[in-house]
Design a protein around this ligand. Sequence first.
Ligand SMILES: Nc1ncnc2c1ncn2[C@@H]1O[C@H](COP(=O)(O)OP(=O)(O)OP(=O)(O)O)[C@@H](O)[C@H]1O
Length: 254
Amino acid sequence: MIRAADVSLSYGTEQVLRDVSLSVDPGEVVAVIGPSGVGKTTLLRILALSLEPEEGTVELDGTDAWAVDDAERLSMRRRIGMVFQDASLFDASVERNVEYGLRVRRSWSTRLRDSLRSAVRSNGTADAVRESLEVVGLANDLEQQTSSLSGGEAQRVSFARALAYEPDVLLLDEPTSDLDPRNTAVIEDAIGEARERGIGIVIATHDMHQAERVADRVAVLLDHRLTEVGPTEQIFENPSEDRTRKFISGELIY
Ligand SMILES: Nc1ncnc2c1ncn2[C@@H]1O[C@H](COP(=O)(O)OP(=O)(O)OP(=O)(O)O)[C@@H](O)[C@H]1O
């Protein structure tokens, strides 16, 4: 579905990604692991089509995102949802924040447009808003202001907002790094639900156990290169590179 092929990128003179190739299929979860500063966020931003690689291509369903005009790329970008480490909510109710996801995407989806219209007509809540908040266990908190949410709840709203969008691809940048085990479990269950819905998911994580729990495949970024990509069990049980084993076991210190 989305495929980066041989992408390279530098910030000034510092090359942060070198010849990286990664794809994700519908209903698949790929975890990107690697030390801090190796380029995980940069790779996600390239996959989100918000950063153009210096070399290489990014294709969504076979269309080269950087070979089309801005309008077409924008519509491709709207098929991709992103959740960051910081929930980035605006100061309004939970419902309004999640509804924003719908408004962004409605012109691309008849179901979302109808859901939003009928909510406006009845002065009620759009089904897609309620459904995505149910996934993160917050369907009873529609009216709550985001300023009064805990960090974990805010991140769950952020996830619901991305889900309400009905993205084809969901990119998660360390979505649980500041969360307690309970909120982490809610987000991981929501990742499973998104996967069931056929969304292709890429998650950057520092948490090896999380990668093991949620991912179908794992991609290992070391020294700004993708050194290994494979089924989760293979990467954790029998990596082909000794450096991967050392990184996973915490021996490879940068
Ligand atoms: N906009 C930018 N301008 C200049 N340098 C940047 C920019 N964004 C990131 N960098 C640098 O590029 C490198 C890779 O950053 P990136 O955030 O992609 O790594 P990461 O693997 O996600 O790190 P972390 O795990 O700590 O979040 C780092 O050295 C970072 O300081």
